[in-house]
Design a protein around this ligand. Sequence first.
Ligand code: 5GP
Ligand code: MN
Ligand code: MN
Length: 474
Amino acid sequence: NINLLNKSGPCRWTLKKNGSMNVDAVFFGDVNIILQLDETTVRQVRDVASLPGVAGPVCVMPDAHSGYGFPIGGVAAFDVDHGVISAGGVGFDISCGVRTLTTGLKRQDLFSCDVKLADALFKKIPAGTGVGGAIHLDGNLMDEMLSGGAAWVVGRKMGRPEDLGRIEGNGRNEFAAPSKVSAKAKQRMINQLGSLGSGNHYLEVQYVEKIFDNEKAAGFGVEVDDVVVSIHCGSRGLGHQIAKDYLPLMVDAAPGFGINLPSKDIACAPINSQLGKDYWGAMGAGINCALANRQVLTHLVRECFAEILPQADLKLIYDVSHNTCQKEKFNINGRTKTLYIHRKGATRALGPGHKELPDEFKKIGQPVIIGGSMGTSSYILAGTDESADLSFSSCCHGAGRTMSRIKARKCFKGKKVQKELGRQGIIIRSGSINGIAEEAPSAYKDINGIIKSTEQAEISKAVARLRPLLCIKG
Ligand code: 5GP
Ligand code: MN
Ligand code: MN
């Protein structure tokens, strides 16, 4: 399959449509990244390209690897009239994403209190499998949260009104339909709002190590040695249950819609069918849940900083999700089309001038926030104009794993990883020592290579490189 790829531009490779594919696929990455693609990922890309109503090329980001049905790092657009929406195309952690905040602090301000800050954050931020959150969602509160997203949280005095302009969709998905979310999904969320979850979800205090573009960095509000805070988490049990509820419904309904599924993992329903609309509404509620979750966590982080470093002022740079389906407009062959863009393990990366960007970012493009690992760099990039035509305004979302969690646990010892990172001046706090082993920096690909490919392909440009100071791991 990889032999069928043709170089179509810098760090861009095209798989021409063949067999059951309805459209081409475009893979982003340098030769090394392309050679490391596994057959399952390529097969999944072909499956996605075979779905009804798929529009334009299926895009595959440099950090891509195989996932449930759709690959992680995959972007697929579907026509509003003939296309489908897929629960597997959004993923299990609906609206998982990252937000980064400036603090007004310099790296030196943490020298004498980094351990104290790490311990305070670890105590304050609920993290780990099944660990409950800061807020109990009784009675109407659940549906209010699912309709209101981060805006609802800010309305309850956990956040600043100006936070909302720095969140995709102003902190709220307007299409959310809480009535389309099962009682079981809601039950799983009752005491989970304001919690990090497990695995690769994190709260990291970082410093700006390098600036690549002074003007854009100034626009985002970052300089060398600035301390920033990044929060990576999603919609917890609720998003997971929505996927679990809708996947079998979509598998069962597919033959009735005349859809021949290449594999049942890739289940989908026509956007215009009742089932498609129901999932769209439920997923929107899942998006609001994730936005609300990151907002509550931000409130807790601010409280923590207020105690230990009262001079800190935490301002949101941006909050961007990387597991979504969103309705967006693109120019295709000179005509404006409304498309449903699935981004699974892929970040939206709007270029300068896009009307959905806050005014402050209209000239520089959207902040694109990308995690590396708890021991390597993370990046803030800016969206480009080119990405609209190349990748439906999308970019990678991380480094991507080099090995499974099981393999990582065999290769690394959590205690040793923590100690080694400590020697590099990085403080790790986690409830799970196995989790630290699974998340060892060497279990992830080289983030610098991924970013280089992203830049060469012109789907985003680097603005700042971040290094971890302390990391609270789920
Ligand atoms: P995912 O959304 O697929 O769960 O993870 C996104 C990305 O976050 C991963 O591909 C990885 O590169 C990055 N990541 C995972 N753990 C950490 C961490 O502890 N710190 C940072 N900065 N990035 C991480
Ligand atoms: Mn994520
Ligand atoms: Mn997640």
